[in-house]
Design a protein around this ligand. Sequence first.
Ligand code: SAM
Length: 311
Amino acid sequence: MEVDSNKNLGSESVGSETLAETVHVPVMPDEVVEWMTGHSPQVIVDGTYGGGGHSALLVKKLPPGEGVVIGLDRDPLVSERVDSEQHDPRLTVFLGSYEKIPKALEAMEITKADAILLDVGLSSDQLADANRGFSFNADGPLDLRFDPENGDPASDWLAWKKEDEIANAIYQYGEERCSRRIAREIVMRRRKENPVKTVNDLVEICRRCVPTSKNHNIHPATRTFQALRIVVNDELGIMERTIKASPDWLSPGGRLVVISFHSLEDRIVKNAFRDDERWNVLTKKPLRPTDDEIRRNPRSRSAKLRVAELR
Ligand SMILES: C[S@@+](CC[C@H](N)C(=O)[O-])C[C@H]1O[C@@H](n2cnc3c(N)ncnc32)[C@H](O)[C@@H]1O
């Protein structure tokens, strides 16, 4: 099935192979519903639709027969899945980055949103798909793009960039102390005409370069994969620009709810809320998942949720 071009906000549509059902479990669902709907919104935007778990809960909270939930996701496989499913007619999902929320509102002939949710990062569906390269536990092409139809895969990025740039990105976005050794090995492989192309190629390098004692219990490739994912998707840039622009997209009293998963993301949210006097910050400290949720959904363990309201 092809993505409906009316709902495509700037990416190419793709043909589908088999569509797996979502395995993603929404993070902090009760908190998201409470903060997104406590002020009785009519226009709800889910900027990171993913498996649609949050959207499904949010659409249920709309008054009967009223309101809309507008979803966006950069991943063409997400919109293919949505197109193949039955869902509430008040839900519309667009293929595109959440930076394009104004375009989605315009397409719906709506001027402002009452609540926006950003649950950033990757979904369990993307992690489980070995063709995407997100999981270092399953070999496959080292792609790491949320939208595999646009931009360059991580393997290309590693094939072109200077050693210094690679090391700096791994250090800055992965906070990986062994970044220089890793970058050196990546470039050495290139010189031997055996460039890093697959997940296992990079995992092998990380295993050699990162002493396990330094990074405690985390896999030696965790920080490097995080860094490359951030780079190839411009994750932090998009997040920062979107949060800064979002007061213009919300109605007075409208809310922005952001769930982040590591300190680089959370810092962007915290500072953007603090530095713009149009925000009234409703969560002085970020909310965290309960121990019970972490037991049921270990993926939630690093989540931090912050909420601000437009004055
Ligand atoms: C953590 S998942 C969201 C899960 C969703 N809240 C749910 O309940 O199923 C993050 C999703 O955001 C998408 N994504 C990442 N960056 C994006 C961006 N700039 N614009 C839109 N979607 C993005 C990813 O493709 C992924 O599907």
